[in-house]
Design a protein around this ligand. Structure first.
Ligand code: SF4
Length: 359
């Protein structure tokens, strides 16, 4: 379900040694790569990227996109090349034009602003983010206060918070969990951003529950299947890894979490890169086992480039470590489905299945 995309040319840093020289340096044990699976594109990212591609195909350029459609430089650049224009806010979109809302979701205020400007909209919010929005609305209506665990300033948190700002307090970290004040500790529920560290979120919940014993859990996990699965895979690899390379952008929450989780679970070093060309040769001193994974917004082509560079460095022995099978596919946004159906475009399958752990 990975979307075919062209690869922009990244800046190539200066190299002090050739790949052959790196490959010739002795290391303890065999040189090998443990490749995490699942990794890369999740169903929500796939849906959002295909939504912009289909919008360009059926309505023609330009198609405006509010914020980065997904947090990945390569994906954004590729869509820009095809005619997408990324804006920060809807007031930068010409009146009456077509705008796509990103996978991270938007608050009701953003939707209202688009309506006032008579914009045509396609909402590519991931259905799993929409689920959290619905929970926020439902619990706020029932006069509960929501402790929203997440990173203030992240687009997803802004969107969820915007559903019930008078009933929501954002809790960024364990320190804030120890000090947050609430008016009525009897009517309290926690929700979370979908891309957090599973372990850190549970730590925050434990602190909150200790302080507020009546704290309710969400009806189902808010941290999504893709985030949990990618963290589970890197947890399995990390204890054996001298070095973990996470492919993903700096503003991708789930990619940054993968670096943290790798270090927490025993990797000797872990680095995030957007492109293979950002890999620093100094990372490989004495390295036998390299773990490789990628965030949920990363196309597989970028991982393959990393593997190719690693093979040049002598790490051509690749073992895939599979901890779950994923076969989820979300339907495209309904605004687009109608157009595609009318145009007889059945190139994109609809419907979804499930995700199952292998162990
Ligand atoms: S990471 Fe999870 S919540 Fe975010 S787009 Fe992917 S499936 Fe949806």
């Amino acid at each position: 379900m990975t979307t075919a995309v062209s690869v922009p040319t990244p800046v190539v840093p200066r190299r002090r040694r050739t790949p052959e020289e790196i490959a010739a340096v002795p290391v303890a044990g065999e040189r090998r790569v443990l490749l995490a699976a699942p990794r890369g594109y999740c169903a929500g990212v796939d849906r959002a990227v295909v939504a912009v591609e289909k919008a360009l195909e059926h309505y023609g350029a330009p198609v405006y996109v509010r914020k980065e459609i997904v947090h990945n430089k390569h994906v954004v650049t590729t869509l820009q090349d095809k005619g997408a224009i990324f804006v920060e806010e809807t007031d930068q979109v010409p009146q009456g034009a077509l705008v796509v809302f990103s996978a991270h979701g938007v608050s009701p205020a953003v939707k209202q602003s688009a309506e006032e400007r008579q914009l045509r909209t396609i909402d590519a919010t991931c259905p799993l983010v929409t689920k959290v929005h619905r929970e926020a609305v439902r619990f706020a209506r029932a006069e509960n206060h929501i402790l929203l665990i997440g990173h203030e300033g992240h687009e997803e948190v802004e969107g969820t918070y915007g559903e019930a700002p008078d009933h929501t307090t954002v809790v960024n970290n364990p320190e804030e969990a120890r000090t947050v004040q609430v008016a009525d500790p009897e009517r309290l529920i926690w929700l979370s951003q979908t891309t957090l560290s599973v372990d850190e979120t549970m730590e925050i919940v434990a602190i909150l529950r200790d302080r507020f014993p009546h704290l309710q859990d969400p009806p189902s996990d808010d941290i999504c299947y893709a985030t949990s699965n990618r963290q589970a895979a890197i947890k399995k690899i990390a204890p054996e890894a001298d070095l973990v390379i996470v492919v993903g952008s700096a503003n991708s929450s789930n990619s940054v979490r993968l670096v943290e989780v790798a270090l927490e679970y025993g990797a000797r070093a872990a680095h995030r890169v957007d492109f293979a060309e950002q890999i620093d040769e100094s990372w490989f001193e004495g390295v036998g086992t390299v773990g490789v994974t990628s965030g949920a917004s990363v196309p597989e082509v970028l991982v393959q480039r990393v593997l190719s560079l690693l093979a040049d460095y002598g790490y051509g022995d690749v073992e895939e470590v599979v901890t779950a099978e994923e076969d989820i596919l979300f339907s495209l946004p309904k605004e687009l489905r109608t157009t595609l159906k009318a145009a007889g475009d059945a190139s994109r399958g609809l419907g979804g299945h499930g995700s199952r752990p292998t162990s």
